[in-house]
Design a protein around this ligand. Sequence first.
Ligand SMILES: [Ca+2]
Length: 330
Amino acid sequence: MCATAMLYLILRTSFVHCDITDGNQEHLKREHSLMKPYHGVGSSSSSQWDFWGSTLVTSSYVRLTPDDRSKQGSIWNTVPVHLKDWEMHVQYKIHGSGKKNLHGDGIAIWYTKERLHPGPIFSHNAVFHGLAVFIDTYSNDDSTDRTFPYISAMVSNGSVGYDHGKDGRSAELGGCPAEIRNKDHETYLAIRYSKGRLTVMVDVEDKNEWKECIDIGGVSLPTGYYFGASAATGDLSDNHDIISMKMYQLMVEHTAEEESQDWTKIEPSVNLLKSPKDNIDDPTGNFRGTALTGWKVFLLLLCSLLGIVVCAVVGAVVFQKRQERNKRFY
Ligand SMILES: [Ca+2]
């Protein structure tokens, strides 16, 4: 059983490493990417990125908020994304003078219909259409048992908003804790969307190695939405810096039926086989789920085997009794 589980884990890990884009520059989409030294960002009419609020653009980073109270900042791509399969790599750094648990609130990465909609959720509106990935550094929910910083994802069609007081837990699709704050190096996040599958990967240790954080199927996202990043501070604060956002097109074939569909009309949704709550606080959920299934199969086999043994014993006893009875008659 243990060997099967280990083999699964190894296969799964290697799958993830093979499957992620190699960062092929040919597939880099410059119109959706933000890179040093950020020429023209926000300052010209031909700029492909707008910035808002406390955002400060230097030649080596884009600071969404400084390490000061009550700041809100965001940066938005002005060009809608018309790729069906993509991968966004975000290089960022969250750092500040606050001690453990005395810092906030984090960065959100958006792929939404709305752009530049300031609001209370990491300086964006709580109600949105599309995808959000939260790098949440502050636990708003006192009763939580989870470790922060925590990375989570949410897809919304505008009917459900992000619950800031509960760190978005009721609507999250999955997540993982990640020690991303005050590192000596920069940290990375990859969001991949391809063929209805959403994968979020993190590289916290700067080892050039992705670690899976979220991986779920059944996700529908349209084309024509915008990428953005936003951050906010409250009573507690941090520097929230974006170093780069690099967008890669994934070369994936689609069926003729999929190609003929109007992808801009797709409603953001998730067709979960299990409820979102099952994903909570269980970054190894898939792995454990498989092991559990393995145990169920094992128990089923054991029961079947015991059943066969019992039947055989009963059968043998009955047969012997009959033989004895027969013997008596002859
Ligand atoms: Ca929070």
